[in-house]
Design a protein around this ligand. Structure first.
Ligand code: ZN
Ligand code: ZN
Length: 355
């Protein structure tokens, strides 16, 4: 053997990260799989990381997402939110076009997932929004080793270090005990944050009813159906507001300063958000009792996560991109900001609540 000349076969071009993922007008696009991830415009095929309005939009022809995310989208947009839908079970490998995709928990809200996209041994992970902090309402973040890690940077500045959420819940309960005559009006995003606050209150032993603004009701019911115990959560009856002394009431952030809130007995206005880490923001929003509770990674967790994925390259989608890109440089990790528009939960969710 050996003397016969081997037939000439051109060596295949090694696959590049840009074959797996690139940036288009609609958002991140996988050319080999022919799908978008969290597109901001209607597309043929969308893979969705989680149910927040800036990532999960209606009107796509086909959607692949976790069963929980699909149900959240149906609650928000109606059953006809897309043409066809397919469930992605966590950990299961699914063939889409010429790539393999796998959804892994992101620890952000119920059903939230990172999406790993792989072909010929090259793996890109789109993390969507994620956090490492404790959250009893969803599965914890899973580190997925990869070549390229796509991260958000909502709190991508070294000043953002979030406290233990259990201490923040304690502040709320201390205030309720101190002012038994006053109602506590807590602003929280309708998907994820509100239910996380309720679950943390229950874990801290609070067993009285937690009152809900109408905008919180459907998604809270969905969480309960998904098996998250949240206890008794009656909807506020408008006429009964003046009688709710000492009650804890959850409402959309845009409502805490509304006439709606002022009908409660001597209300204490509170807001559960990572942004409450910025004192000026709390003051500017007239928040008396800021609760620093974030569904995004703080600075140490962003850095830790990037390191743990072992990625040699990082793309930063949105938020405080520059500091994180700079930090990657100091660690010998290639990084670039994508400056993506259309993302950022707060703006979208507030606009939604105000509509
Ligand atoms: Zn989100
Ligand atoms: Zn987001």
């Amino acid at each position: 053997m050996g003397e016969r000349a081997a037939p000439y076969i051109a060596a295949p071009m090694p696959i590049r990260a840009s074959d797996l993922l690139t940036l288009t007008r609609e958002g991140l696009y996988c050319p080999l799989g022919r799908f978008h991830v969290d597109p901001t415009w209607p597309v043929e095929r969308a893979l969705i990381t989680h149910g927040h309005a800036d990532h999960a939009r209606s009107g796509h022809r086909a959607v692949l997402a976790t069963p929980e995310t699909l149900r959240i989208m149906a609650v928000r947009y109606g059953e006809d939110f897309c043409g066809t839908r397919q469930e992605a079970r966590l950990g299961e490998t699914i063939r889409v076009g010429d790539v393999a995709v796998r959804f892994a928990p992101a620890g952000h809200v119920l059903g939230s997932a990172q999406i790993a996209i792989e072909a010929e041994g090259v793996r890109v992970v789109v993390s969507g929004d994620y956090k490492r902090a404790y959250d009893p309402t969803c599965l914890p973040f899973e580190v997925v080793p990869c070549d390229v890690f796509i991260t958000e940077a909502t709190f991508g500045l070294p000043v953002f270090r979030m406290p233990d959420t259990r201490d923040e819940i304690r502040k709320l309960l201390d205030s309720v005990a101190l002012f038994p005559e006053r109602a506590h009006i807590v602003g929280a995003y309708a998907l994820g944050k509100a239910q996380r606050v309720m679950a943390l209150l229950r874990e801290a032993g609070y067993d009285r009813p937690i009152y809900l603004h109408g905008a919180m009701e459907k998604l809270t019911e969905l969480y309960k159906r998904e098996g998250i115990p949240l206890g008794e959560t009656p909807k506020v009856v408008a006429a009964e507001r003046p009688k709710l002394h000492g009650a804890v009431v959850l409402c959309p952030p845009s409502t805490i300063q509304d006439l709606w809130s002022r009908k409660f007995p001597d209300p204490v206005t509170s807001f559960a958000s990572g942004w409450m880490r910025v004192r000026a923001r709390a003051r500017q929003k007239g928040v008396e009792l800021p609760l620093v509770i974030s569904d995004h990674s703080d600075w140490p967790d962003l850095c830790r996560t990037i390191r743990e994925t072992g990625a040699g390259e990082v793309w930063v989608t949105h938020g405080q991109e520059d500091a994180l890109v700079h930090w990657c440089g100091t660690q010998g990790i290639k990084a670039r900001p994508l400056h993506m528009l259309g993302y950022g939960d707060e703006e979208v969710e507030s606009a939604e609540a105000a509509a």
